[in-house]
Ligand binder design. Sequence first.
Ligand code: GDP
Length: 360
Amino acid sequence: ALTIGIVGLPNVGKSTLFNALTRATVLAANYPFATIEPNVGVVPLPDARLDALAKMFHSQKIVPATVSFVDIAGIVRGASEGEGLGNQFLANIREADAICIVTRAFDDPDVVHVAGKVDPASDIETIATELILADMQTLEKTIPRLEKEVRGKKTDAAVLEVARAALKVLEAGELLSAAAAGKALDEEILREFQLMTTKPFIYVFNLDDAGMHDAARQQELGALVAPAEAVFLDAQFEAELVELEPDEAAEMLHENGQDESGLDKLARVGFDTLGLQTFLTAGEKESRAWTIHKGWTAPQAAGVIHTDFEKGFIKAEIVSYDDLMEYGSMAEVRAHGKVRMEGKDYVMADGDVVEFRFNV
Ligand code: GDP
């Protein structure tokens, strides 16, 4: 499964956030194949549509999609020098598919700030710089090797060119993800170098209660990291929320003027940033959201349920969630001709409620 690595300076609330994520971790019963490791939090992707489907189909259970977060470690200024970022740290971050940078934006005189004051812009800069420096070191080692390989005709010259161009981008103090998005660098070749700044970043601003109610402040912070996504939450508040029963938590959120918890928001943003989407199935056994990559076709989606479904794929019988809710039952949807038969080239859309037809 794709994972999101959580990084940040020390004392910004990473552990507090990660502990809340772990507390929110889905019951393993529904995910028998998921090995839950201590530094991995597997949280449900919030989806109110599943509740409505379960009601309509009298489902015995609901199985949401999940998002996996990995607790990586603290980064400190100068981390990429001397001993470097540490092998374990590098290995963990390389394995992550996206990076979630947690930044302290809360005031609390009792919590020491490593840089002496609360300054999210400077903290973000510090982290970006360390990751850029680490990528530069990687490329500085890779380039001489590639030069040799190109001379020996073992590697295509284009690969070396991308490595050199990437190093230039980093030397200019920029993240590679931005350059790759602008198509200035070949993404597929870049991926081979296992760099960190090619990954999508998500920023979490850990705010205090005042900050959570300060729209102007949030807008300012969001602008620091745009076009990357920013999630605003109060890690301590989230840690308290996950201890409550769902209805109590909903009430506390409501009282606090929030329509969604920070963890739910983070799960949604994270899932989307990973390039994932869901499709839905509903029946008496379960109402369920299945994870696929954006752009996947109907047979690929069928393969997520069972490899035989992909091999023997005939058709997908699809109704959109909105139509299903509007007409109130499968029978009514059918009577109004709103069930579509889609073939093997169909690209799945968000909100598709699906039944696959296949040969065994
Ligand atoms: P980490 O080093 O980034 O993992 O940070 P921790 O999660 O251990 O938090 C460092 C300290 O800040 C702890 O004493 C936390 O209780 C405190 N802390 C974390 N989040 C918040 C927050 O949202 N508000 C306040 N006031 N303190 C927080």
